[in-house]
Design a protein. Sequence first.
Length: 317
Amino acid sequence: MELEKCLNDFLIYLDVEKGVSPHTFAAYRLDLRQFILFLQENNLPQNAAEVTVQHLRQFLMYLKKTRQNSAASIKRKVASLRSFFLFLHREETYGIVKNPALPLLTIKTEKKLPQILTLEECRHFLSEIQKVSSTPARDYAIFILFLQSGCRLQELSSLQTTSINIQEQYVRFLGKGSKERIVPLSPETCQALGKYTEIRKPAIPTDTFFLNLKGNPLSKRGIQFIFKELAEKTGIYKPGLSIHKLRHTCLTLLLRGGADLRAIQEIAGHADISTTQVYTHIVQDDIRKQMEKHPLFNKDHYSCIKQIFICQTIESG
């Protein structure tokens, strides 16, 4: 069967049966259409049953050498190919006897530690927002919620008025895979949300909690723009700093404060504990830096001791 028809069937499967997020759906579609286009441009098989692992490896080499894709990008496309051909092989109606993607090895990528704000930067940012923002009540509520709950941008932008319980001090987020989780809120965060509620004036009937200046639901792009502007105005902006780093900051501060790893997993909405464990590396890195101050292992201190020892040896000699 033609790959284009196979891809259409696979996309329907992802959307209807798997119920993947729009972002995931778009990523699969982009990756697999790029693969089919590569086969077309190089006069390679267009029938799913004729595709071999060699064709897949040619595509990966093209991504690396010609397109100069990063290892992380290639790793994602390998995952897309595996899922696609697993579906075709399992369905048994596409003529694939042997799954060509099965021999592909996992691409190794360097694990980068998330960039975060310090505790002092967080405090400075929150305190200065109320001085530099044109809508201080709303913006303060947005960013104290980010830093206290560790929520994702999508979760905050789609937050409903009915999802916040100020009296009981908790918020309900709808995370990845439409999974709900409840996160406790601090009194300070509840107070900020309450003050914003008092001035919140929707221009249209909407349950979306955070609104723009016109009274319409505030978009993800709008929140990102507000964060960049406020980060620059408050002086915390640095290259590579994005709004997602507030989530990393929250989870790291929780771990540093002694929160249990499993509890942090629940707060973050991580499906796998291994995702949460990356934050332990940040804490360990901090500990390592502190250990470098140990006088026995401090280079400057060691050099000083060595110099004294040499001088004493010369004098005694």
